[in-house]
Design a protein around this ligand. Structure first.
Ligand code: HEM
Length: 521
């Protein structure tokens, strides 16, 4: 008897759950939005939760399958997600109607999980105020100032490779992705905190260890990212803490100790931490000499001063957003240059010609004159955008622009950047590495908003200039001293780790750097 009652109860519960989920999954069909059929508990993202595919891979697949549709709808577990495919709709959401779509829908818990409260994650008034305060940290004048630090790290890289090559008849066979990750860690730790992390020479350095831990493509990190990005409601309900304690402790201690040391000893440096300290102490970033002050809004400096916790959260995002994006772009540029000798030769010639005009000195102005290098980096960012998608949240009940699809406040939106960058209707032969796609003529011939490596609109990457400059300095300085050659273990195509967010090769990315100096001797 008890057995029958229990079976009936379970069957009833199962049916109720099934009916509930089936109703939720009518969200898109009711709105006549096409999309793949969701699976009962995991929606359309089961393969991500199982660790077989990244969120970017799934967005790519939806784009392939529904390319001719202006939008498509999926579910992350039970959370509806709208994929934008039409460039005009994308423009409206990112730029023209930004105020109604400005959120990211990301989990932020400033008290219990303070490192989540950073610029990338925040929405609403808090994002707007913080963005206005942080943007002056990345003006051209400030980047020019940080340039010398970047250059110093790249000089150390040149010397490091030269020494390795000298010990091996002028040739150094390196895992370029790991090497660049270490250099980028050095750059970001110097530019952000004025600290020499020495990751290039000491791979077991604390900074490199923490950096690896943050981006490691583990199942845990993959699920963490999914919850952070799309399942805020669940995280809030169950009071999840997303940040790993060790990482939170590392950054909190680092910032507290560095700030205390500088304040006690009256030390001022030209780095991001100093600017964040100004935000903590004064509520605004001091313009540099000769630099125009940012216009102060009519309502004064909104949002007051930064708290210590807010400061740590910003340092954390500068670190994670800064080192992996730039090292992926630099190493994949070098990889493509090993495969495309004529392009490598053309960049090398440009670097030589420009440096000659600048007395052999790598300066900010010299790098800005390297227009072919700029095209090359743009093409790498097209083929391998570090962020394969952009995300937004609908902030009010309204229709999706240029459609009659009514969506609820809180609906998540995704712009499949990588899929757009590989669509043959905008990029003929998308697998071909061709920097000429970025000639003025070619740029004018395609719609805007099909190239979005840094995002677009008021939420565009706040450090775009810094990121680009770092990649360019690194590539230009390496090419000026070394020829890049494929070695027998250089892959014909790069295969990426499925659980990784930014493009992280599954295996080492090997190539040979040949010293031009030794070869010429
Ligand atoms: C090649 C290098 C880089 C690439 C490709 C890149 C790409 C991006 C993208 C796609 C976004 C989202 C934009 C959107 O949603 O519209 C973003 C946002 C952001 N990036 Fe970058 N980034 C790079 C370097 C950096 C660096 C060096 C830093 C800091 C030191 C940084 C800090 C940020 C921050 C704080 C945001 C959030 C902006 C906001 O939501 O207001 N990025 N980045």
């Amino acid at each position: 008897m008890i057995g029958w009652t229990l079976t009936a109860l379970l069957a009833g519960l199962g049916f109720a759950l099934y009916s509930y989920l089936a109703k939720i999954f009518t969200y898109w069909t009711k709105r006549k939005v096409p999309g793949p059929k969701p699976t009962l508990l995991t929606g359309n993202f089961g393969s991500n939760l199982m660790g077989n595919k990244s969120i970017g891979d799934i967005a790519d697949q939806v784009y392939q399958d529904y390319r001719d549709e202006p939008v498509a709808g999926t579910f992350v577990m039970t959370q509806p997600l709208l994929h934008l495919h039409d460039p005009e709709i994308i423009k409206h959401v990112l730029v023209k109607d930004f105020q109604d779509f400005h959120g990211r829908g990301i989990y932020v818990e400033s008290e219990r999980d303070p490192l989540t409260a950073h610029l990338f994650n925040l929405s609403g008034k808090r994002w707007k105020e913080l963005r206005a305060k942080i943007a002056p940290t990345f003006t051209p004048a400030k980047i020019k100032y940080m340039f010398e630090t970047m250059k110093e790290c790249c000089t150390q890289l040149q010397d490091f490779v030269e020494a390795k090559a000298a010990a091996n008849g002028g040739r150094y066979n390196a895992d370029i992705r790991e090497m660049q990750a270490r250099v980028s860690t050095d750059v970001v730790s110097s530019v952000a905190f004025g600290i020499q992390s020495n990751s290039l020479k000491t791979p077991e350095s604390e900074f490199r260890r923490i950096g690896t831990k943050v981006v490691e493509p583990t199942v845990f990190n993959s699920i963490r990212l999914m919850v952070l990005f799309f399942l805020r409601e669940i995280a809030q309900k169950f009071q999840f803490t997303i940040t790993v304690t060790e990482i939170e402790t590392f950054f909190t201690k680092l910032v507290a100790e560095t700030v205390a040391y500088r304040e006690q000893n009256g030390i001022e440096r030209a780095d991001m931490l100093q600017m964040l300290m100004q935000l903590k102490n004064k509520g605004f970033v001091q313009p540099r000499e000769g630099e125009e002050a940012e216009p102060v809004p009519e309502d004064g400096q909104p949002g007051g001063k930064l708290t210590m916790n807010e400061m740590v959260a910003q340092v954390y995002i500068f670190f994670i957003a800064g080192f992996d994006t730039t090292s992926a772009t630099t190493s994949l540029t070098m990889y493509e240059l090993t495969k495309n000798h004529d392009i490598q030769e053309k960049v090398y010639q440009e670097v030589q010609d420009v440096l000659k005009r600048h007395n052999g000195e790598v300066t900010y102005e010299a790098i800005m004159e390297m227009t072919y290098l700029d095209k090359v980096i743009n093409e790498t960012l097209r083929m391998y955008p570090p962020l394969p998608f952009l995300n937004r949240e609908v902030m009010v009940n309204r229709e999706i622009p240029l459609t009659n699809i009514q969506v609820n406040k809180g609906t998540r939106i995704i712009v499949p950047v990588r899929a757009l960058h590989h669509d043959p209707q905008y990029w003929p032969e998308p697998s071909k590495y061709d920097p000429e796609r970025f000639s003025e003529e070619a740029k004018a011939s395609r719609p805007a908003h099909v190239y979005l490596p840094f995002g677009e609109g008021p939420r565009v990457c706040v450090a775009q200039r810094l990121g680009l400059m770092q990649v360019k300095v690194s590539v230009a300085m390496l090419l000026s001293r070394f020829r890049l050659e494929a070695s027998e273990d250089t892959p014909a195509e790069v295969e990426f780790a499925p659980r990784s967010f930014v493009p992280l090769p599954k295996k080492e990315l090997k190539m040979t750097l040949v010293s031009r100096q030794i070869a010429a001797a």
